[in-house]
Design a protein around this ligand. Structure first.
Ligand SMILES: *Cc1c(COP(=O)(O)O)cnc(C)c1O
Length: 457
């Protein structure tokens, strides 16, 4: 390899499950057909991947003999197919808005399968959660008063959690400190229409260690609640389980080697998601359950002895490998002797972190439309969206392509299911919203597309 293209060796190819790898290789022509039919970018979803992820987590919980309730954090992706996959695999749903709640109900979810742990709850959302007796996480204390005032006189007990803000999250605006939790418990003591089910927290960052610390604080409050006469049944640890997007060793080599000149704007972003995590979500959960909580007792041991259910709301981790985003290259423009910009058709709000001053540190995969000429030189390029804004880029990072991409080729971002698909999408320039379809197998085992809408999947 020449010095000129040394960065190619530091690439960040995504980890792919076999269904995705097959689609990009043996079923390549199908991918072009689908992109031609449904436009660019095209979001493809594999609901069965979510079920595999769920099974992996459930396996760990069962091995460690932990009573559990997993709710898929549905906000990570607008796909009803993924919500349906979670429900049909026996999981619940964490709904964060009236609209997610209504979809969940249309998909047949009973209130006992639903929790609402998110912070932004409108009055109307609360009301519909109460109507179906879904579990509601309450935060801040003022919300408890609103809830009490909104409850009909004859309602059966409405289950609630109180959201704790653990000491290691003191800068967060979500959750309440321990003394406020105790204050809420005192308020609940005289209120028979509400049933205190336990505590919940959701931490930023991806370390299981911070969850163990938060669990210890929650344990003290569970004990306090019992002294006050309550019968809590669960501790809910929220989400934040990690995904492995790229190989850890490659990722670390990349971080160690990257320099400002690797970015078109001459700036290394200050922070990244840990794309090369050393733990899978299942390993992470295993570490958490085996960790020592206090006096030689593990988290799993504590939960068993106290008869508590461990609840959690993984979002990103359940969407791991469950979707890809396919872009059609509309133009490749030379900017200088050694640098290019690749324009992709449609919006650039998917598969991109540049709007957060960060970078999606996963390389797109080039799927050429025609067999490349043997002598095609490698090129360096960044990716831009199809708008009038100079800053509208999918990557500020210079990407190396061993084979030069051309208009009509496809660029595929793998593993976009968790927040990378539709968090920022809009109809800027009146481009249509990207299509989202589910990939399933036909009777012969060939991949086919079905609409990702309620009633179809
Ligand atoms: C977003 C969110 C989750 C899911 O987080 P992930 O990092 O995607 O697992 C869980 N709980 C709450 C309260 C959230 O806001």
């Amino acid at each position: 390899m020449t010095l000129h293209c040394q960065k190619i060796g530091h690439g960040l190819p995504p980890i792919l499950r076999s269904a995705t790898a097959d689609l990009l290789t043996i079923h390549g022509p199908l991918l072009f057909d689908w992109a031609a039919r449904h436009g660019s970018p095209l979001n493809l979803v594999w609901p069965d991947a979510l079920q595999e992820n769920l099974a992996a987590l459930k396996g760990v919980l069962t091995d460690c003999r932990v009573e559990h309730a997993i709710y898929y954090g549905a906000k990570v992706n607008k796909s009803p197919g993924l919500m349906q996959a979670a429900l049909s695999a026996g999981a619940g749903l964490d709904v964060s808005s009236l609209y997610e709640l209504r979809d969940a109900r249309l998909l047949g979810a009973e209130g006992v399968r639903l929790v609402a742990t998110g912070p932004a709850k409108t009055g109307a959302f609360h009301q519909e959660l109460i109507d179906c007796n879904a579990l509601i996480s309450v935060d801040p204390p003022g919300r408890l008063e609103d809830l009490i005032h909104g409850l009909p006189a004859d309602v059966g007990p409405q289950p609630i959690l109180l959201r704790l803000r653990p000491r290691n999250q003191s800068k967060s605006r979500f959750g309440m400190p321990a003394d406020a939790v105790v204050h809420c418990l005192a308020r609940l003591a005289g209120e028979s229409r509400l049933r205190f089910d336990g505590l919940n927290f959701h931490l930023s960052g991806y370390l299981w260690e911070t969850r163990v610390a938060a669990l210890s604080e929650a344990a003290d409050l569970i004990a306090e609640a019992r002294r006050m006469g309550f019968s809590p049944r669960m501790i809910d640890i929220g989400g934040g389980l990690p995904i492995q997007y790229v190989d850890r060793a490659r990722y670390e080599a990349h971080l160690a080697a990257q320099a400002p000149e690797d970015y078109r704007n001459g700036k290394i972003p200050d922070s990244f998601y840990p794309y090369g995590s050393n733990l899978s979500a299942a390993d992470w959960l295993h570490r958490l359950l085996e960790a020592e909580m206090s006096q030689g007792r593990s988290v799993a041991g504590y939960l068993a002895r106290e008869g508590l259910t461990l609840a959690m709301e993984p979002g990103r981790a359940l969407a791991d490998q469950a979707a890809i985003t396919v872009f059609l290259i509309s133009r490749v423009k030379a900017l200088g002797p050694d640098s290019h910009v690749i324009f992709v058709e449609g919006s650039s709000f998917s598969a991109c972190e540049t709007w957060f001053a960060s970078e999606f540190l996963v390389d797109p995969i080039l799927v050429p439309a025609t067999r490349p000429a043997a002598q095609s030189p490698p090129i360096r390029a960044y990716l831009a969206g199809h708008s009038c804004l100079d800053e509208d880029v999918l990557s500020n990072r210079w990407l190396s392509f061993p084979i030069a991409p051309h208009a009509g080729d496809l660029l595929v971002y793998a593993n976009t299911g968790g927040y990378q698909m539709d968090l920022l999408e809009n109809e800027f320039h009146r481009h249509a919203m990207p299509a989202r379809l589910c990939v399933v197998k036909d009777a012969e085992g060939h991949p086919i597309l079905v609409p990702d809408t309620i009633g179809e999947v």
